[in-house]
Design a protein around this ligand. Structure first.
Ligand SMILES: Nc1nc2c(c(=O)[nH]1)N[C@H]1C(S)=C(S)[C@@H](COP(=O)(O)OP(=O)(O)OC[C@H]3O[C@@H](n4cnc5c(=O)[nH]c(N)nc54)[C@H](O)[C@@H]3O)O[C@H]1N2
Ligand SMILES: Nc1nc2c(c(=O)[nH]1)N[C@H]1C(S)=C(S)[C@@H](COP(=O)(O)OP(=O)(O)OC[C@H]3O[C@@H](n4cnc5c(=O)[nH]c(N)nc54)[C@H](O)[C@@H]3O)O[C@H]1N2
Ligand code: SF4
Ligand SMILES: [Mo]
Length: 768
């Protein structure tokens, strides 16, 4: 065991904050500040600071579990558990065909794991039925980015550009709670004289920082963006030269925007015409400006068009590909970016290649040593896959997701999961989904294993092993290696992450997300490298990692043009010809065949479920600072639980008065999918026609019991951010004592405030 500090990164969100870890003699792990990483410069939120708590034996799994004849999960040996999984998956395949076996992955998996999982599904299981939780996260922004720019990398520039921009519009991001250390970039923006505009139906802690806060009705961001573009045109603020030289499709997009009069948009969104005009002025006047979207506008059944409309606004005003300007998506999960590039998506091969592209299939099949025709075609999207469990899909291997809590229409999905012939789950804890499994495999965690992640900026990072895992756990890579061997594939599933990465480099070479010029050594020396980073061979010189024939395959992207100015004398780089990586994209051309960005003609449409007499209120959902996602990890950390012990419903005082509900009173929220109960949190910070619930908890307060699985036609993203509900006051005595107590709410608020204060203080300290 090392006793010195190991520099590594946080297990949770897409900032991938740098931290140092030191094992202590008493068996715990100490987190200390790592100031050299530019994204967080030492600052951490409460989740990152307390992450080692989940390494403790008392909260995690340390033995495989197998369901016995009586239906109870009991400890078992690794061989017994792995044999059982291999036997069940083989049986399903023999009885129902390969597509009856499903695989579900996660954006928390390292690049090496995500890559191996995709390969495992296609090569070992031969199934097309693989997708992952990132479909629920940023798939709409990804689809819109590919349409417009020919490439999806969440942020096309480093976070460090934000403070130097003239204006930033944050659409549906509550980053003060979801990425606290990043708030610094926005406060610096304001200090530098730039403007921050926040668009959120709630006056969040992020919105409180804004120079201008617009609070539209949930699900109306598309109309809002169209209204802004209408004003840009009407006020003569279009950058005609840019539109002519760098874009295509303007006329149709222009016509669509002209149909969205400001007064019409005001009626749809609830944002006043003067506010629309002010937004346009603040966005257009400075030389540089950005739009950043997050889950608010994206998790809608029209998320792809909505992001498209925001990109149109950026293109019309000449922003993308210009310094300190452009459009970006704030990706969410720890490896939300890399996890969507290397093959765990239903339609995808490594390097962000398309599964239905014959050249891509040939390239990857060659790296994998298989016949291209043996690779299955595209499969179902995440919700559709989960919805097919127990019918078309009979057995499921699930790695790094907890859909019982996080999937839309969760009660239905829970039923689908229970109806499977066989479920195997790899996790670090006994999540609500793992608790339903036939076999649970306990795996190593971030601090116990090495691997790469790609943060929201497209910066590939090296997470290093800092502590020795406890007896009884194995890594996800070991699990796949063992299962592949049992299913007859002895080779091609290495357990050493660097060996996997070397193969990933070759598989990604020449693809849109080209990692072939990146090595573990470079990542260690350079503190991360931005993709695309072709190997010297790809860039025109000799080097390992290129295709054997030295050919570039997907040249759509115009690599040369994507490069930043090279840094020829950077001593950190391995060889003088090494590619420097690409912090800023699109400076000279976009990644489309003709180098031009595409406008998309889009028009407003309603949410899938508009309020009516029976369900008159809109429910939107999201996050709180102290819990992460389904809560599987953070609900096991005492300090975080104290700060955010349970679900709640944010209600405007007027709506609360109408219901006769006081602060802390239990409220039932009822949708066409089901009913959830949680205490009321009465606040002026939300629109009176809208209520908000965080989705971190299972049980009676599970927000996803209510949500609507209406899917975006392009991205297949469910509509997490808007569904119709009605509210009912619930008599206190009707509610289980432990779930709702006024004191808990008061206590929670006090502790939450302490945690927040601490976070801010820590940030202040490390900013100095
Ligand atoms: N503490 C914490 N941090 C996290 C996570 C976590 O679970 N907890 N998860 C990580 C992940 S995976 C992700 S994806 C990110 C998510 O990060 P964010 O996108 O910041 O998180 P959300 O809370 O889902 O949504 C952001 C805001 O959208 C608003 N919103 C709701 N409906 C609409 C709408 O129709 N339009 C607009 N414009 N806004 C709307 C909500 O009020 C909310 O304040 O956070 C990452 N960081
Ligand atoms: N209502 C509503 N629902 C939502 C959202 C919303 O805004 N509103 N947001 C959606 C979004 S953006 C997301 S990203 C999803 C996320 O929801 P989930 O997919 O459920 O994500 P997590 O809770 O992070 O689940 C990750 C699981 O993997 C485990 N794990 C962590 N690391 C590893 C590892 O390396 N290997 C393995 N095998 N397991 C690991 C964790 O312990 C945990 O049980 O939720 C979606 N659901
Ligand atoms: S913001 Fe918090 S959760 Fe996200 S990476 Fe940083 S410390 Fe981890
Ligand atoms: Mo996410």
């Amino acid at each position: 065991m090392q006793n010195t500090a190991t520099p590594t990164h946080c297990p949770y969100c897409a900032l991938q904050c740098g931290m140092n870890l030191t094992p202590t003699p008493d068996g715990t792990v100490e987190v200390s500040e790592r100031a050299d990483f530019p994204v967080n410069r030492g600052a951490l939120c409460g989740k990152g600071r307390t992450a080692p708590a989940v390494l403790a034996r008392n909260v995690r799994l340390t033995s495989p579990l197998v369901r016995d004849a009586g239906g109870t999960l009991v400890p078992a040996s690794w061989d017994e558990a792995l044999d059982r999984i291999a036997a069940e998956l083989s049986r399903t395949r023999a009885e129902h065909g390969p597509d009856a076996v499903g695989v579900f992955g996660g954006g928390g998996l390292t690049n090496e794991k995500a890559y191996t999982l995709g390969k495992f599904a296609r090569v070992v299981l031969g199934t097309s039925q693989i997708d992952y939780n990132g479909r629920f996260c940023m798939s709409s922004a990804a689809a819109a980015g590919i349409k417009a720019f020919g490439l999806d990398r969440g942020l096309p520039f480093p976070l460090e550009d934000i403070p130097k921009s003239g204006c930033v519009i944050l659409v549906g991001s509550n980053l003060a709670e979801t990425m606290p250390p990043s708030l610094r970039f926005f406060t610096e923006l304001k200090e530098n004289g730039g403007t921050l505009i926040v668009i959120d139906p709630r006056r969040t802690r992020t919105a409180e920082q804004a120079d201008l806060h617009l609070a539209p009705r949930p699900g109306t961001d598309l109309a809002l963006a169209l209204g802004l573009l209408h004003l840009v045109i009407a006020e003569g603020r279009v950058d005609e030269e840019y539109v002519r030289e760098r874009t295509a499709g303007w006329e149709d997009a222009r016509a669509a925007a002209m149909a969205h009069w400001p007064e019409y948009v005001e009626r749809i969104t609830g944002v006043s015409v003067p506010q629309l005009r002010e937004t346009v002025r603040l966005f257009c006047e400075p030389e540089s400006a950005m739009v950043l979207t997050a889950r608010g506008p994206e998790q809608q059944s029209k998320g792809t068009d909505t992001v498209g409309a925001w990109i149109n606004l950026c293109l019309a005003t000449g922003r993308p590909g210009r310094p300190l300007s452009g459009y970006g998506c704030l990706t969410g999960q720890g490896n939300g970016q890399g996890g969507r590039e290397h093959g765990q998506k239903a339609d995808q091969l490594p390097g962000y290649r398309k599964l239905d592209d014959p050249a891509a299939r040939r390239h990857v099949a060659e790296v994998w040593g298989v016949d291209p025709d043996s690779l299955p075609g595209p499969g179902r999207s995440a919700y559709e896959l989960l919805d097919a469990l127990g019918t078309d899909i009979r057995s499921l291997l699930l790695m790094a997701s907890n859909p019982v809590v996080s999937a839309p229409r969760a009660a239905h999905i829970e039923e689908r999961i229970k109806s499977l012939d066989f479920l195997a789950v790899c996790d670090v804890v006994l999540s609500e989904t793992a608790a339903l499994a036939d076999v649970v495999l306990p795996v190593t965690q971030w601090a116990e294993e090495t691997g790469t992640t790609t943060n929201l900026e497209g910066r590939v990072l090296l997470r290093r092993r800092a502590v020795t895992p406890p007896e009884g756990v194995r890594s996800d890579l070991e699990v796949m290696h063992e299962l592949a061997a049992r299913l007859g594939v002895e080779k091609g599933f290495p357990t050493d992450p660097e060996e996997v990465f070397e193969e990933l480099r070759r598989a990604s070479a020449g693809g849109p997300a080209d990692y072939s010029g990146i090595t573990y050594r470079r990542l260690a020396e350079e503190n991360g490298v931005f993709w695309p980073c072709p190997s010297p061979a790809e860039a025109g010189g000799p080097g390992e990692g290129a295709r054997p024939d030295g050919q570039l395959e997907v040249v759509d992207m115009g690599e040369d043009a994507l490069l930043d100015a090279p840094l020829p004398d950077d001593p950190a780089r391995e060889t003088p010809t090494a590619h420097p990586g690409t912090p800023r994209l699109f400076l000279d051309r976009f990644a489309t065949p003709d180098g031009r960005a595409r406008f998309v003609p889009v028009s407003h449409r309603a949410t899938a479920e508009e309020p009516d007499d029976e369900y008159p209120v809109l429910l939107t959902t999201g996050r709180v600072v102290a819990q992460y996602q389904s809560g599987a990890q953070t609900r096991r950390v005492a300090e975080l639980n104290a700060a955010a012990p349970g679900p709640f419903v944010e209600i405007h005082p007027r709506l609360a008065a109408r219901l006769g509900v006081a602060e802390g009173d239990p409220v039932a929220v009822v949708s066409r999918r089901g009913r959830a109960v949680a205490p009321a949190r009465i606040t002026n910070a939300i629109r009176p026609d809208t209520v908000f619930m965080p989705f971190h908890w299972p049980g009676e307060g599970r927000a996803n019991t209510l949500t609507n699985p209406a899917l975006d036609p392009t991205s297949r993203m469910p509509e997490f951010k808007a569904c119709a509900v009605r509210l009912e006051a619930v008599a206190r005595e009707a509610v289980a004592e432990e779930s709702i107590a006024e004191e808990t709410v008061a206590e929670e608020t006090a502790v939450r405030e302490t945690v927040e204060r601490e976070t801010v203080e820590r940030e202040a300290v490390s900013a100095r």
